[in-house]
Design a protein around this ligand. Structure first.
Ligand code: CA
Length: 662
């Protein structure tokens, strides 16, 4: 027999290959430089802290004591918040491992937890990148070693503890070899991307006004990808800014697309989610927004943040709300757009309880506080400001005219009602206290209507507010019962949702459609929550070590659930209760809905072959790729085309359905 594959069975050859393979592994391992224990000039916080005297000291617990080879002597920096200690190696080394031993005071080991090793090529560490984060408290009296896999070479290396720790350490070791290094591998704190910010001053931002010159790095893909760029950082938010874990706004000096975000932009936000112990409420609300069919939903990804050498916890890297492609995609304005069509848009406004703290705001004739977000504060002209103020007033006034429901003359010519309703449903399903405390609306050029999007800020939603807890016990919508409202905006919402009964009927229809077709159901939303919670598991653990508030009520927490898992369960349980509540409120019944809409196609994938039943045979359908390319066609009731593994979109009877072929 002439079997072309016969040689594979040859035991002799197989053994021979095994030997070759073993030899190869042996050679490559021994070729990996292990490095040596490195020496250099000790650098860092110049004074130590003498606990016996309760004073700073130039002779006791100084930085040299972290490198004196004595496990009983330790460094404790004079500053509780900004101490560090390290080595100037005089030339770049690739670091292969670090060693550390806790100080001998009783709290020495716990002070090491979340301490960070960094490497830099600037003596002020403004370009520093993380080498290793100590995740478990290290013992005193012995050196703990950790391998470092970062391939870039650094001249300066250091250890920095978290705030309050004085970076206390009895002994430090850096191991490595001299090399030019490479940018193949960096250190990611957890499975999430790591965002590293170093301000030029070395001090963290403290307000929204001063934009601090910063070096920003985003490490992703397990450390294989790095984006490094200069920019600025400052605080952001209103209430969220008052918590100890601060929210940041970063701005690259040139447009970037970090983490493959859809938008290419300078400005991005790092949302702190301090009062949200699941750390995922905003992500969940954005997912609901997408399923609700809202045009633009902010992009976001969970990340770990390191600021000036300190681990700050799990954050949400998110779009900043601005006007551009893949964000709010409307006409941009400049100072020449002061008349005619050019003056009519685009504008972004915010119904905003905090409007009076903003540089460009007005109170409407019905006393609604409105911030003008775009054009920017420093670029908007008087004509533009006056135009949008006047146009907004026209909209509000139109709600109270005698013919207010008339499509041609009433408020509908100024407000895109479906957009208002979708936004409303996200707010009510999520049970967000703040839906009408802060509400974004935009108006484009050549368009008479305001669109109510994007949704934003869900820390208090999904049963996280003692003022509304338990939300489903309220018999009416949250905005009508316990929700907060900027000025009297609540009465405007009432007018649109309740008084306008046609709008109310549209709302019920919209809810039925998204329930039936758009994946607004308990099972799918709970599965989404579970997938994000899984992704956050390692980072949330570190986050709640850094901010030990799991058993403390913060912000408006209604209850202590006791663990991350129990906090997530609260959100899952809320979703199932709230969907039932909304179904009752909006009179949704799946049976009646199906009777109304008639037979619906049922898509089956058998093997990799499509079969569509549930409707009369002979209905043609198309199969598209996720990029929109036509891949195949078929007819209901008949054996359909064979699809390749992956995601496809099947379009039949004007409906599109995503299918996964395994
Ligand atoms: Ca020592």
């Amino acid at each position: 027999m002439n079997n072309p594959f016969h040689f594979i069975d040859s035991p002799l050859l197989w053994r021979g290959r095994g030997r070759l393979l073993l030899l190869f592994i042996f050679v490559s391992l021994s070729a990996l430089p292990q490095g040596r224990k490195l020496t250099g000039t000790v650098i860092g916080t110049s004074k130590g802290y003498d606990y016996d005297r309760g004073a700073n000291s130039s002779t006791v617990n100084i930085r040299d004591w972290a490198f004196d080879g004595d496990l009983s002597t330790y460094f404790a920096g004079s500053s509780t918040s900004n101490s560090w200690v390290g080595l100037d190696l005089k030339k770049p080394y690739v670091i292969t491992k670090v060693g550390f031993a806790a100080g001998t005071r009783s709290n020495g080991p716990e002070r090491t937890q979340l301490g960070l090793f960094e490497g830099a090529n600037q003596s002020d560490f403004s370009d520093a990148l993380p080498l290793f984060l100590i995740k478990e408290a290290a013992p005193s009296g012995e050196i703990t070693y950790a391998n470092v896999g970062v391939s870039r070479a650094f001249r300066y290396v250091r250890y920095k503890g978290i705030n309050g720790s004085r970076s206390t350490m009895a002994e430090l070791e850096f191991w490595g070899y001299t090399s030019e290094g490479s940018d193949n591998q960096f250190y990611q704190v957890t499975n999430l991307p790591t965002v590293v910010i170093h301000t030029a001053s070395g001090s963290d931002p403290v307000d929204k006004v001063n934009e601090l010159e910063s070096h920003i790095s985003v490490i992703s893909d397990g450390g294989k990808t790095i984006l490094q760029h200069d920019g600025t950082s400052r605080l952001r938010g209103n209430n969220s800014m008052t918590h100890p874990k601060k929210p940041y706004r970063i701005k690259f000096s040139e447009k970037q697309r970090p983490l493959d975000a859809p938008a290419k932009a300078k400005k991005w936000t790092l949302i702190n989610n301090y009062g949200d112990k699941t750390l995922l409420r905003n992500c969940l609300a954005f997912e609901i927004s997408r399923r609700m069919g809202i045009g633009y939903t902010p992009w976001c990804r969970p990340v770990d943040v390191i600021m000036n050498g300190e681990y700050k916890g799990c954050y949400q890297f998110c779009d900043a709300i601005d006007i551009r492609k893949h964000r709010i995609d409307i006409h941009e304005m400049d100072s020449t757009c002061t008349e005619g069509d050019l003056l009519t848009g685009g504008y972004l406004i915010e119904i905003d309880a905090y409007a009076s703290k903003e540089p460009k705001y007005f109170n409407s004739t019905r006393s609604t506080p409105v911030t003008v977000k775009y054009p920017d504060d420093d670029e908007i002209t008087t004509e533009q400001f006056n135009y949008i103020r006047s146009y907004y007033n026209t909209f509000e006034t139109s709600l109270y005219k005698t013919n207010w429901k008339d499509f041609e003359q009433g408020y509908r010519q100024y407000l895109n009602l479906p957009s208002f309703q979708r936004h409303f449903l996200v707010g009510e399903l999520s049970g967000n206290t703040d839906t009408y405390w802060s509400t974004y609306m935009y108006k484009d050029r050549y368009d008479t209507q305001f669109y109510v999007e994007p949704v934003w800020d869900f820390d208090l939603a999904f049963e996280n507010d003692n003022r509304t807890y338990p939300i489903c016990n309220q018999t009416d919508y949250i905005y009508r019962t316990k929700g907060s409202s900027a000025g009297s905006f609540k009465s405007i919402v009432d007018r649109i949702i309740i008084t306008d009964t046609e709008s109310g009927a549209n709302l019920r229809e919209m809810w039925a459609n998204v329930r039936y077709f758009n994946g607004i159901n308990t099972e799918e939303l709970q599965a989404y929550v579970d997938s994000v919670a899984d992704e956050l598991m390692e980072s949330q653990r570190l986050n709640f070590i850094r901010w030990p508030i799991m058993n403390t009520k913060v912000h408006q927490n209604p209850k202590l659930w006791g663990s991350y898992e129990a906090e997530v369960k609260n959100v899952r349980d809320y979703l199932s209760r709230r969907i039932v509540w909304m179904d009752n409120k909006l009179k949704y019944n799946v049976q009646e809905f199906e009777d109304d809409i008639g037979p619906q196609p049922e898509i089956h994938i058998w093997g990799r072959r499509v079969f569509i039943g549930g409707i009369a045979g002979g209905t043609p359908y198309n199969v598209f790729s996720t990029q929109g390319a036509l891949e195949a066609q078929g007819t209901s009731g008949e054996e359909g085309p064979l699809l390749s593994p992956g995601i496809h979109i099947i379009s039949i009877n004007g409906q599109a359905c995503k299918v996964l072929v395994r």
